[in-house]
Design a protein around this ligand. Structure first.
Ligand code: UDX
Length: 435
């Protein structure tokens, strides 16, 4: 099928490339000329395992352009995968989505289905359909709007798309549903056809449930520290109940990324806007905001302030497997350390280039974990990279001025740490070698 994809971020580009891999002719459109140039050369502008390889393998089915007219004119299906960033009040900014809708209305010359992949508030698909039908230049063609939310995680986006847990298709008529079934014919995964508003809600309700699960377990972890239980033993025991499950029960210093923070606030906003309250989600947001400060609070147990202290920060991305810093805990913690006069040394396997763009000076960017922790007075672990998990614990002891390690992601087994002299303070577990 002839498919166009608007936006080449994580959602748009991964969708486009995966559809091309199933034999569709895909044209990806982006306003960013630089990005398009990179993609035309066969490279991916984002770090996502397997994506570049798939782009190269299926280059004959892929076109990258800034020319939306060319892309949309004859497309049978147009996916919209542009960003819906958070506005000041927590609501979703839909201006990019509507800009694409306007371009579609001006250019489409055949019947087509516009598919909203971007996460949009409930009711937006209806609005976009009315908007396009109202503004469409060629009144002889019929344009349908369908909701098809994505459920991909960064770092596993290709796998999450090709082997999706489910494909949700939200439509009001039979025809767009049939078209989308054809688009996804070669995806051997459960497909669910529902009404558009339900599809929009499935996306928010799923993401917010996961965010809630994390905030819940983080609060249990905080209580574990107080009452002397161990969160890892607790979650292991809980997870055997299939209704709870072991996944997404890792306690830490809070969730970040491009989805959970934005989607929880958007649903909370939507509830308030409708004179309603979604108290569980509001609580999840509050808990997460507090959790981000947990290591800084713990650090105050060891030092009154950070003035002239060498502070090693290991990991700055919002999670491992991505170079994305959006809503990362590092963006809250590092400025506090700097304000307080610390000498901050950061190590991260892929995130430092992006961090440098925000903080070009004042921070020492290190080529290795060893370099970051040498002579450090304290070490903060913010992201659970494999390199950190596999790091030889004795090196903290050997290289740090004072071996105090505050682990926001529970990277190490307490039994292993106990074999060293490191003061090790993690989340929801007792402190090893307390001072
Ligand atoms: C998420 C959803 O998983 C995905 O389905 C949706 O489409 C987009 O949002 P992503 O933001 O890429 O994906 O990351 P995810 O792996 O879900 O992690 C989000 C945050 O939660 C990270 O900061 C991570 O560190 C944190 N997290 C995750 C925990 O703190 N504990 C966990 O057990 C799992």
């Amino acid at each position: 099928m002839k498919i166009a994809v608007a936006g080449t971020g994580y959602v748009g580009l991964v969708t486009g490339v995966c559809l091309a891999s199933k034999g569709h002719e895909v044209t990806c459109v982006d306003v960013d000329e630089n990005k398009v140039k990179i993609m035309k050369n066969g490279d991916s502008p984002i770090y996502e395992p397997g994506l570049s390889e798939l782009m190269k393998e299926h280059k004959n089915n892929l076109v990258f352009t800034t020319d939306y007219e060319e892309a949309y004119r004859e497309a049978e299906v147009i996916f919209i995968g542009v960003g819906t960033p958070e506005k000041q009040d927590g609501s979703a900014n839909l201006s990019y989505v509507f800009e694409v809708a306007k371009q579609i209305a001006q250019t489409v010359q055949r019947d087509c289905v516009v598919v909203i992949k971007s996460t949009v508030p409930i009711g937006t698909n209806d609005k976009i359909e009315s908007y396009i039908r109202d503004k469409q230049k060629n009144k002889d063609v019929c344009i349908y709007v369908a909701s098809n939310p994505e459920f991909l995680s960064q770092g596993t986006a290709v796998k999450d798309t090709l082997c999706a847990s489910r494909i949700v298709i939200g439509v009001e008529e039979v025809f767009p549903g049939e078209v989308l079934k054809k688009v996804y014919e070669k995806f051997d995964v459960p497909k669910l056809i529902v009404k558009r508003r339900s599809a929009e809600m499935i996306k928010y309700a799923s993401n917010d449930f996961l965010a809630l699960k994390i905030s819940y377990i983080n609060e249990i972890a905080n209580l574990c520290e107080i009452v002397g239980a161990n969160i890892e033993e607790v979650t292991e025991g809980m997870g055997y109940d299939a209704r709870i499950g072991h996944r997404f029960l890792n306690a830490g210093i809070g969730y970040g990324g491009s989805c959970f923070p934005k989607d929880t606030k958007a649903l909370n906003w939507l509830a308030n806007f409708n004179d309603n309250e979604i108290r569980t989600i509001r609580a999840a947001i509050e808990v997460n905001e507090n959790q981000k400060f947990k290591l800084i609070k713990k650090a105050k147990k060891y030092y009154d302030d950070f003035l002239f202290l060498n502070v090693a920060v290991l990991g700055c991305t919002f999670k491992p497997g991505t170079d994305d810093l959006r809503e990362a805990v590092s963006l809250v913690n590092v400025p506090l350390l700097l304000e307080d006069g610390a000498n901050v040394r950061i190590w991260d396997p892929v995130g430092m280039e992006n961090f440098k763009k925000k903080y070009p000076n004042k921070i020492q960017y290190c080529n290795s974990i060893e370099e970051a922790i040498t002579d450090a007075d304290i070490c903060l672990i913010l992201t659970e990279w494999e390199e950190i998990k596999n790091f030889d614990l004795r090196k903290y002891e050997k290289l740090m001025k004072k071996p105090i390690v505050l682990d926001g992601r529970n990277c190490y087994q307490l039994e292993e740490v106990k074999k060293t002299n490191i003061t090790y303070d993690s989340i929801g577990r007792y402190t090893v070698n307390p001072q």
